[in-house]
Write a protein that binds this ligand. Structure first.
Ligand SMILES: [Mg+2]
Length: 174
């Protein structure tokens, strides 16, 4: 169970704000792409996302995509956002995150992994030794490929809620 426990549960990635990140000595956000940063069925980035990325850039907080998707798909999705990425990350294995830590010379203590899937993003983050933030998926409907994973996640989350009855999705970092 410990591997599956995120350090924070937030309503969305936009709940991450510079003041809270700095309080927790976080200077780098590694983020999942699909359903965390952008809706899986609509590759266009939103105005809200651009504003949030600008805010992070102004606050010297790096944002790097760590995705299991292939290079073509990730490159196309982040092209107009001008943020670096790691593709083929193999989450829930830690390799993609470790690759990001090495490539961008990151301190794992000052880095978080953000994602919408407990079984891939959060577990990978824990295995790579960074703190983790689970966010609600941007869209509730999902591609068929992750149905099984979602099903398993539902079971694990139910258990998790039972053990932590006061747990709630937060609008900002505690
Ligand atoms: Mg995702």
């Amino acid at each position: 169970m410990a591997f599956f426990k995120p350090d924070w549960l937030l309503t969305s990635i936009y709940a991450l704000q510079p003041i809270d990140l700095k309080r927790h000595q976080i200077n780098t956000i590694l983020t999942d792409l699909d359903n965390t940063l952008i809706a899986w069925h609509e590759p266009q980035s939103s105005q809200q996302l651009r504003q949030w990325l600008d805010l992070m850039a102004q606050s010297q907080i790096q944002v790097i995509v760590v995705s299991n998707n292939n290079q073509r798909r990730v490159a196309r999705a982040v092209a107009d956002l001008q943020i670096p990425f790691i593709h083929g990350a193999k989450k829930p294995l830690p390799f993609g995150i470790k690759q990001a830590l090495k490539k961008f010379h990151l301190n794992p203590d000052q880095t978080i992994m953000v994602g919408d899937q407990l079984l891939t993003d959060i577990q990978a983050g824990h295995l790579a030794g960074v703190r983790t933030v689970m966010v609600k998926p941007l869209v509730e409907t999902d591609s068929r490929i992750t149905h099984f994973s979602r099903f398993m996640e539902g079971i694990i989350m139910k258990q998790y809620y039972r053990k932590n009855p006061n747990l709630q999705w937060q609008e900002k970092m505690n």
